[in-house]
Design a protein around this ligand. Structure first.
Ligand code: NAI
Length: 342
């Protein structure tokens, strides 16, 4: 078995390397919080992208080893490490996409909002540095509570006079990844085919999967809708409880964040057919920020897809109204934090 497997594996590797090396590697990506549970596997996945020429890894500690380790992978991007505030500016200069998974994760019994006090300050400091050093970059915010940290980032960028709403994204890709997985399992569909838009925000009931808009079209009983919706909303807590104090989702999150980075890079590279869900400044509802499907282009958000909100089921329409007060309060909490500190 080994004899027949080895040459095939070698051939596959060679094919992968040829493909990687044939592409132009043109973009610089920075990960802030790169030594963490999400940061490390995310950095690995980004290191595999043929669209990345430089991968800048920043953390307050332990990032040197992560960078040394990753730099031995024979993919084209150059890996550089940056430790502590004094090296943050250099990390960010010339970067096209900044991904921020810095901050503390949940422990059992905590809501995402319980992380506010620590993570709000971390996001504030990091986004100030982004504003000063790469104001034109796409900014991907992973640090929770996303429903508040994205409005905080927007306020900081406004205070610095460089806010571009088309380039600030709350990463909600994991909600879509989970929805796709759970629906495919339940309905016995091929995973690769399934796409469920998830709208609203990224915490509890603000996460609203639009199961009626699942592609390929599939029908659900009322019980299935209820069961799937609740599971998707609580999937983060499922992982927090299974890890029993050792953190929250890191591997599936890294996978989801890497998908969003790759989509952003493809858009920057001129691909005209890139759609993702993300929590962005929006006029879809009366709320100033809202997650929905967006079309990505070279300049960031090219269009916010409104059609997903047409013809909602009664269940979805009710859930949409029910999530608005909580999402509004989280947005306002973020804005107030950033304005108070200004
Ligand atoms: P972790 O604790 O394993 O890693 C966080 C990293 O951030 C650590 O390496 C730490 O040194 C670093 N860090 C702390 N302060 C920093 C600062 N001022 N500047 C730069 N780096 C700093 O946590 P994990 O599991 O990686 O989670 C990170 C964040 O992502 C949490 O806020 C968590 O709630 C959030 N998250 C978001 C999800 C989403 O869907 N958007 C899903 C899962 C987690």
């Amino acid at each position: 078995l080994r004899a027949s497997f080895a040459p095939r594996a070698q051939k596959q590797t060679q094919k992968f390397e040829n493909r990687v090396q044939a592409q132009a590697s043109t973009f610089k990506v920075a990960v802030l919080g790169a030594a963490g549970g999400i940061g490390q596997p995310l950095a690995l996945l980004i290191k595999m992208s043929p669209l990345v020429s430089a991968l800048h890894l920043y953390d307050i500690a332990n990032v040197k080893g992560v960078a040394a380790d990753l730099s031995h992978c024979n993919t084209p991007s150059q890996v550089l490490d940056f430790t502590g505030q004094a090296e943050l500016a250099n990390c960010l200069k010339g970067v096209d996409v900044v991904v921020i998974p810095a901050g503390v994760p949940r422990k059992p019994g905590m809501t995402r909002d319980d992380l506010f006090n620590i993570n709000a300050n971390i996001v504030r400091t990091l986004v100030e540095a982004v504003a000063d050093n790469c104001p034109d970059a796409f900014i991907h915010i992973i640090s929770n509570p996303v429903n508040s940290t994205v409005p905080i980032a927007a306020e900081i960028l406004k205070q610095k006079g460089v806010y571009n709403p088309k380039k600030l994204f709350g990463v909600t890709t994991l909600d879509v990844v989970r929805a796709n997985t759970f629906v495919a399992e339940k309905k016995n569909l091929r995973l690769i085919d399934v796409d469920v838009p998830v709208i609203g925000g990224h915490a509890g009931i603000t996460i609203l999967p639009l199961l009626s808009k699942t592609r390929p079209s599939v029908s659900f009983t009322n019980e299935e809708v209820e069961q799937l919706t609740v599971r998707i909303q609580n999937a983060g807590t499922e992982v927090v409880e299974a890890k029993a104090g050792a953190g929250s989702a890191t591997l599936s999150m890294a996978y989801a964040a890497a998908r969003f980075v790759e989509s952003s890079l493809r858009a920057l590279d001129g691909d005209a057919d890139v759609y993702e869900c993300s929590f962005v400044q929006s006029e879809l509802t009366e709320l100033p920020f809202f997650a929905s499907r967006i079309k990505l282009g070279k300049n960031g958000v090219e269009a916010i897809i409104s059609t997903d909100l047409h013809g909602l089921t009664e269940y979805e329409a009710k859930a949409l109204e029910a999530l608005k007060p909580e999402l509004k309060a989280s947005i306002e909490k973020g804005v107030a934090f950033a304005q108070k500190k200004a």
